[in-house]
Design a protein around this ligand. Structure first.
Ligand code: ADP
Ligand code: MG
Length: 385
C-alpha cells in the first residue's frame, strides 16, 4: 500500500483531533456518526464537518452508509498518518523516503530523522488479506472469530499487536546481544528500527564460505533457543547479510548475518515448539543445498539438545521477560489465533512476499492477487447485504 505523506503537514490541530476522534470511534463502531466524532474530538460539529471533508478528500477516513445513518470510518491511510505524526513528534522519524519492501502483512520504508540519518519504518498491516487464486474465494471473507469478537477495529488492534510484539522482542534480543536491528520506536501499527546495510540472503548468489555461514546461522537458532525463543520464520528472506571489515586486516571483509522479522516468534514452551524449531533449521538447510550446493554432515541441531541450553550460564529467558515489558500472554494468544485464522505463516511458506528490488522471476504468484483491506470490507458489507 502506498504511503502518501503529502498532506501530513497541511493538517491543522482540529483536523488531527477529528482524525483521532474517528480512530477512537472506529474501535467499536463500523460506522462512526458525525455527532460522535464531534464529541470524541471535543470540537463543534461545524469545525468537525470542515475537517471531515478534508480528511475524506485525502482518504484518511472513508464515508460509509448503513441502514440507519451515514458516518465515517478510519482507513489504513488515516492510521498511518496518526502513527507517523506521533513518531515525528517524538523525534524518531522526520521524513519518509522510498518503499523498500512489500509483504502480505507489512510495508517497509526508509525514513530519516532530523539529522538525515536513515532508518527503517515497518508498517504492520494485518487484516489486509491477499490470497492465492483458487485457494480461497470470496466466501472465505466472512469474518473470523476474532473479527467478530473484536468488532470493527480488529484490523487496527491486530496490526498494533504485531508491532508491539516485534518491537518488544527486537529490544529483548538486542539487549541479549543478538545480531538484530536496533529498535528505535513504536507507535500504533508502526515500528522504527535501524537500517541494516545489507541484502537478504535470498539475493546472494555466492558466499565465500558456505559451511562457515551455515554454522553461524545454526548457532543463531541455538542461541535463540537458549534464550527461550524460536524465530518461527528463520529463512533466506529474514536473514540480512552485511559486509564487515575484519579487524587487523587490509580491507578483508566478512559476511555478518542480521536477523529481522519477529511477529511470529514463539516460546520454547509453545505446544508446537519442536515443529517450529525444526522448520527453521530445515529452511536454512534446504536453502544452502539449493543455492550453494552445501550439505552439512551434521544432522542437527535438534530441539531437545537446544532446549538443554535453556538458561545456561545464567542467560535470561526472553520469552518470560517480554511479558514484563508489555507483551502479555493474552496478547500473544490473540495474535497467534488471528494469524492462524488468516493463514499467516511467514515468508518462506508464502512466495507472495517479495522485495521490490529483487528479481522476482522465480516467484510464482503475482501482485494481481493482492486485495487490500478496503476491498475486503466492501466485500463483507455487500455480501452481508
Ligand atoms: P515482512 O513481514 O513483510 O516479511 P520484514 O521485516 O521481513 O517484513 O521486511 C521485509 C524486507 O524489508 C526484508 O526482507 C528486507 O529486505 C527489508 N528490511 C526490513 N527491515 C530492514 C532493516 N532493518 N534494514 C534493512 N532492510 C530491512
Ligand atoms: Mg520477512
Amino acid at each position: 500500500m502506498k504511503l502518501d505523506t503529502k498532506s501530513l503537514r497541511y493538517l491543522n490541530p482540529t483536523d488531527w483531533r477529528t482524525l483521532t476522534g474517528v480512530e477512537t470511534g472506529s474501535r467499536n463502531h463500523e460506522v462512526v456518526p458525525t455527532s460522535l466524532i464531534a464529541t470524541l474530538s471535543k470540537s463543534s460539529v461545524g469545525d468537525v464537518q470542515r475537517s471531515i471533508s478534508i480528511l475524506a478528500k485525502t482518504n484518511l477516513i472513508a464515508k460509509v452508509k448503513n441502514a440507519k445513518y451515514d458516518g465515517y470510518r478510519l482507513t489504513y491511510g488515516g492510521l498511518d498518518y496518526l502513527a507517523l505524526h506521533s513518531l515525528q513528534k517524538a523525534g524518531i522519524a522526520y521524513s519518509v523516503g522510498n518503499q523498500i519492501g512489500v509483504g502480505k502483512e507489512s510495508d517497509i520504508f526508509v525514513v530519516s530523522d532530523e539529522k538525515g540519518e536513515q532508518r527503517v519504518l515497518k508498517i504492520h498491516r494485518l487484516g489486509r488479506v491477499s490470497f492465492k487464486k483458487g485457494v480461497r474465494n470470496k466466501r472465505d471473507y466472512a469474518r473470523t472469530r476474532i473479527q467478530k469478537e473484536r468488532g470493527a477495529g480488529s484490523w487496527m488492534y491486530m496490526s498494533r499487536l504485531a508491532a508491539v510484539k516485534e518491537h518488544t522482542f527486537m529490544q529483548a534480543l538486542k539487549e541479549a546481544g543478538m545480531a538484530v536491528p536496533t529498535p528505535l520506536g513504536q507507535n500504533r501499527h508502526q515500528i522504527i528500527m535501524s537500517l541494516v546495510d545489507g541484502f537478504p540472503l535470498r539475493q546472494i548468489d555466492k558466499v565465500p564460505d558456505p559451511a562457515g555461514l551455515y554454522a553461524e546461522l545454526m548457532d543463531m537458532i541455538i542461541q535463540l533457543a537458549s534464550l527461550g525463543l524460536i524465530h518461527g520464520d528463520f529463512n533466506e528472506f529474514n536473514i540480512l547479510i552485511k559486509e564487515e571489515e575484519v579487524e587487523g586486516t587490509d580491507g578483508d571483509v566478512k559476511l555478518v548475518p542480521v536477523l529481522i522479522d519477529f511477529p511470529q516468534m514463539v516460546s520454547v514452551d509453545h505446544a508446537d515448539a519442536e515443529y517450529y524449531f525444526q522448520r527453521d533449521v530445515n529452511c536454512v538447510r534446504r536453502f544452502f543445498e539449493r543455492r550453494y550446493g552445501f550439505v552439512s554432515d551434521e544432522p542437527g541441531p535438534f530441539f531437545k539438545d537446544a532446549k538443554k541450553m535453556l538458561g545456561r550460564d545464567g542467560t535470561k529467558r526472553l520469552d518470560v521477560n517480554v511479558e514484563a515489558s508489555g507483551f502479555s500472554k493474552k496478547m500473544a494468544r490473540e495474535l497467534e489465533t488471528y494469524m492462524k485464522e488468516h493463514g499467516i505463516d511467514g515468508d518462506a511458506q508464502d512466495r507472495n512476499t517479495k522485495n521490490i528490488d529483487e528479481d522476482a522471476s522465480d516467484d510464482t504468484e503475482n501482485e494481481e492477487d493482492d486485495h487490500e483491506h478496503e476491498d475486503l470490507e466492501q466485500t463483507v458489507e455487500t455480501e452481508q447485504g
